[in-house]
Write a protein that binds this ligand. Structure first.
Ligand SMILES: Nc1ncnc2c1ncn2[C@@H]1O[C@H](COP(=O)(O)OS(=O)(=O)O)[C@@H](OP(=O)(O)O)[C@H]1O
Ligand SMILES: Nc1ncnc2c1ncn2[C@@H]1O[C@H](COP(=O)(O)OP(=O)(O)O)[C@@H](O)[C@H]1O
Length: 179
């Protein structure tokens, strides 16, 4: 019934490659599903395979990618759903545009994974930083392309000092509306 539908929410994880977006998204989704909640996951890598396969990593295409993610998230939230986004989303204006699309229909939590570049680079989960430093990837976020820190984030977490379980617990707590 429309009047009793729960308010939808989007958790938007932003940060450098290797900051911990996918790791935290996976653990958060596992917890939400264990609670019996269905979750729509919009992970940058997956979105770029299915929805944004023609896009490159220019500013224009990154912004378009994030606008698409924001629109899809808004559509899910409109119907009371829960969305977890994991995307670099390096530009503040695009993140705020995604926020606006979601907040037309429900709640939006921006989580800035502020893990230092040195730590992300040391992790180098996919070997991309080494390739970027070698000049094989000409525009790589944090190395040769900007990451704008959020002007407003509901949560800021540095995964080099915050255990995974604590990050998930903080985000999960922030998802519940203050009564
Ligand atoms: N040039 C360049 N810069 C940044 N990232 C790159 C690049 N090329 C490929 N990749 C891989 O693409 C993943 C980021 O995609 P996103 O859709 O999240 O990026 S964005 O939000 O549109 O900026 C990102 O995934 P994560 O490492 O999980 O962040 C990278 O694996
Ligand atoms: N406290 C932590 N929180 C999240 N990830 C961590 C933490 N400590 C180490 N890691 C590791 O850092 C890496 C983060 O990679 P990933 O989640 O793929 O980042 P992203 O999706 O932002 O590119 C993983 O290998 C993960 O195991």
């Amino acid at each position: 019934m429309a009047g009793t539908q729960q308010t939808g929410v989007t958790v938007f994880l932003t940060g450098l490659s290797g900051a911990g977006k996918s790791t935290i998204a996976d653990a958060l989704v596992a917890q939400l599903e264990a609670e019996g909640r269905e979750v729509t996951v919009l992970d940058g890598d997956v979105v770029r395979t299915h929805l944004s396969s023609e896009l490159d990593f220019s500013k224009e295409h990154r912004d378009l990618n994030i606008r698409r993610i924001g629109w899809v998230a808004g559509e899910v939230v409109k119907h009371g759903g829960t969305v977890v986004v994991a995307a670099i989303a390096p530009y503040d204006a695009a993140r705020e545009a995604a926020r606006a699309l979601v907040e037309e229909h429900g709640r939006f939590l921006l989580v800035h994974l502020a893990t230092p570049l040195e730590v992300c680079e040391q992790r180098d989960v996919k070997g991309l930083y080494a390739r970027a430093r070698a000049g094989e990837i000409p525009v790589f976020t944090g190395v040769s392309d900007p990451y704008e820190s959020p002007s407003r984030a509901e949560l800021t977490i540095d995964t080099s000092v915050t255990p995974l379980e604590e990050s998930v617990a903080r985000i999960r707590a922030a998802m519940d509306p203050v009564s």
